[in-house]
Every structure is written in structure tokens, then in C-alpha cells.
Ligand binder design. Structure first.
Ligand code: ZN
Length: 350
């Protein structure tokens, strides 16, 4: 029955252009409007889809690195942490990445920009440790346009200058062309947030993360960096829910309870959620990601448990789309969710 229902919904979503880049209206929304607009379900993942768009959430321990390959370009969103570099470089080698057309750095925390400098302008020492770095070049770098005093931020901006790489800040309303008909529409941070922090307001890097919606014909996915409740609320206030609706949600902030609020998950209304975090013991995920609350919010939203995937348990997760259908594959098939939720509930009682 569910299959028939989903097929009907898939057809409905084909007719209703779903996640297209419709222009926003300034009119504020009421809760009931949000609920009404999210009635259209995201398309369910299909089997063995062959397509020109590949999105791989790389298994790079505790951090983010998402590889996007279109017909024309290779894009990397974040570079994981400095001490996860071996994992990042071996993943890039596995996907035969040599040229990164666009490197997008969501915010300057170490678990996102840890290897940016080494990718842009590797030192002899870095190449000795990871020889494949020498084969990689970066053409353009994008971040949130907010300058930081962190040594890692300074090291990559220095590398950008040394290699004369194009470097630009992204803000809500910007669109990047990923080639092959794939667009990346930036929904956060707003220019107000960027200007306020650059003007001296205290920085809250997670809530200044670059958030963008990738759109390829009928397929869409939202990339959230480490955006938490505050950023999610602003995104909800500034966008109509139908313009946030996506097939796939990149779980904000590694599946932390600080992100994936009910209203945000309801607006995005994905059929698939991808979470990036590392194994607890070996890879410093002392935070215990993913947390219970976002997982419960995904299930309450009606997302099937086999469509909630996490690098910690599933390894690298790859989405393939032809712009109509999409499929999800992972290195490891693991039925982790029920066990993990039971463990988290038990830990809470302690
Ligand atoms: Zn992070």
C-alpha cells in the first residue's frame, strides 16, 4: 500500500515542480500555512538509478566532507578535521578527484575547514604524509564571508592568496552553478547576519553556516553545515516552506539535538536524511552524535528508518540522481537506528 501511495506522490511531485527555484515572497507565514504547504511528500528513493549527479557524504570521521559530482564539475563542501586528513584524502582518491572546481567551506570550525589549506596549497610535509594531495587542485573557494581569527581560517585564506584562487563569500539569495543543470541556491546566512558579525557582533559560527539547496530538475537536497535551531528558525522565517522542501536533508550539526527542530524538519519534509559523524571511541565523537531528539523528529515526520543513514554506521553514503529519481547506497548496510535509539533512551535514564 505504501508503495502505491509513494508512487502517486512521486507523480504528484513531478506535476507540482516541487523544489524548483520559485521566487520567494516577503509575506510572513502562519504555522497552518507551513503545514498546508508541506503536504506534498518528497519522492521515495528508487533502486539502481543511473544519473549524472552523484552526492557522496564521505566517511571522514568526526566532521563533514560532502563530494558532489555533476556532469561538468566537482564540488566539495567542507574538508573534515585536520586529524581526519588521511580519511579525507583516501576518499578523494577513491572517487578519482583531481580538480575541485568549487570548495565550499560552511564555517570556520576545525571539523569543517581542517584540510582546506592542505587541499589548496599543500606543503612538502603534507604531501609526504598524503602523496595524493599533489594530484588535487582547487579552482574556487567559497565561505560564509565572515572573517575569523582562527589559525586554520588564516592558513587557508593565505593559501588562497598564494595560489591566486578565486575566493568569495556566500549569502542568502546567491546561486552557484554546479554545471550540468545543477544549481545551489544559498538560503543562509543573510547579509544582515554577515554584516552584523563582520561589524563586531559576537560570532556564533555554527549559526553562521552556509546553508544551500541543491536543485537538479525534480531532485533536491538541503546542505546545512552545523546550522542549529537559531539559524533554522531564521531560514523558516525568511522562506516559504515549499521553497525549502527537499528530497534529502543533510542533518544539521552532525545529528546534534541543537539542530533538526520539528518545524524545520516539517518544512524540508525529506524522504532521506544523511548524518555525518565519527565513531565514538576512535574518532573523538565524545558528543555521542547522533542524538536522540533529531532521530525522533525524523521518525515523527514519517521518514522510514532505513532512509536515515549515518556515516558512523553506514560508512560513505552516495546519492545518485537523474533529476527525476534518485537512489541511495552506502558502504555498509547496517540496521542501526532501533538499537541506537534504545541505547540513547537507556543512557538518558541513567
Ligand atoms: Zn561540525
Amino acid at each position: 500500500m505504501k508503495k502505491i501511495f509513494l508512487t502517486v506522490l512521486m507523480l504528484a511531485s513531478l506535476v507540482l515542480s516541487g523544489c524548483g527555484g520559485a521566487k520567494e515572497e516577503a509575506k510572513p507565514q502562519s504555522e497552518s500555512e507551513i503545514a498546508e504547504e508541506t503536504q506534498v511528500e518528497a519522492a521515495a528513493p528508487a533502486q539502481n538509478v543511473k544519473g549524472d549527479l552523484k552526492i557522496a557524504m564521505l566517511d571522514v570521521g568526526q566532521g563533514d566532507a560532502i563530494l558532489i559530482q555533476t556532469k561538468k564539475q566537482t564540488i566539495l563542501i567542507d574538508t573534515s578535521d585536520t586529524d581526519e586528513r588521511d580519511l579525507l584524502v583516501s576518499e578523494l582518491e577513491k572517487f578519482s578527484v583531481t580538480k575541485i572546481d568549487k570548495l565550499i567551506l560552511t564555517h570556520p570550525h576545525a571539523d569543517h575547514i581542517g584540510s582546506a589549506k592542505a587541499l589548496i596549497n599543500p606543503s612538502a610535509k603534507e604531501i609526504k604524509a598524503n602523496p595524493y594531495l599533489e594530484k588535487i587542485s582547487v579552482a574556487e573557494v567559497y565561505d560564509n564571508g565572515i572573517s575569523s581569527t582562527s589559525p586554520l581560517y588564516k592558513s587557508y585564506t593565505k593559501a588562497v592568496d598564494a595560489k591566486n584562487v578565486q575566493h568569495k563569500g556566500l549569502k542568502a539569495g546567491d546561486t552557484l552553478d554546479f554545471g550540468g543543470g545543477v544549481k545551489f541556491n544559498v538560503v543562509y546566512p543573510t547579509s544582515e547576519v554577515v554584516d552584523a558579525v563582520n561589524g563586531g557582533q559576537k560570532s556564533d559560527p555554527n549559526n553562521e553556516s552556509v546553508v544551500g539547496r541543491l536543485v537538479y530538475k525534480k531532485f533536491s537536497m538541503i546542505f546545512t553545515g552545523d546550522a542549529e535551531k537559531e539559524a533554522e528558525n531564521e531560514i523558516l522565517a525568511n522562506n516559504k516552506a515549499k521553497n525549502l522542501k527537499c528530497d534529502v536533508l543533510k542533518s544539521g550539526h552532525h545529528g546534534s539535538y541543537t539542530a533538526s527542530t520539528k518545524n524545520f524538519v516539517a518544512a524540508v519534509n525529506p524522504s532521506v536524511v544523511l548524518i555525518s559523524c565519527g565513531p565514538e571511541e576512535e574518532r573523538r565523537n565524545t558528543y555521542g552524535h547522533p542524538h536522540l531528539e533529531p532521530l525522533e523528529n525524523y521518525l515523527a515526520q514519517g521518514i522510514d528508518k532505513e532512509n536515515i543513514l549515518c556515516t558512523r554506521f553506514n560508512g560513505t553514503i552516495t546519492i545518485t540522481s537523474d533529476g527525476q529519481k534518485f537512489s541511495v547506497t552506502s558502504e555498509k548496510k547496517e540496521d542501526w537506528l532501533d538499537k541506537w535509539i534504545a541505547k540513547k533512551k537507556k543512557d538518558k535514564k541513567k
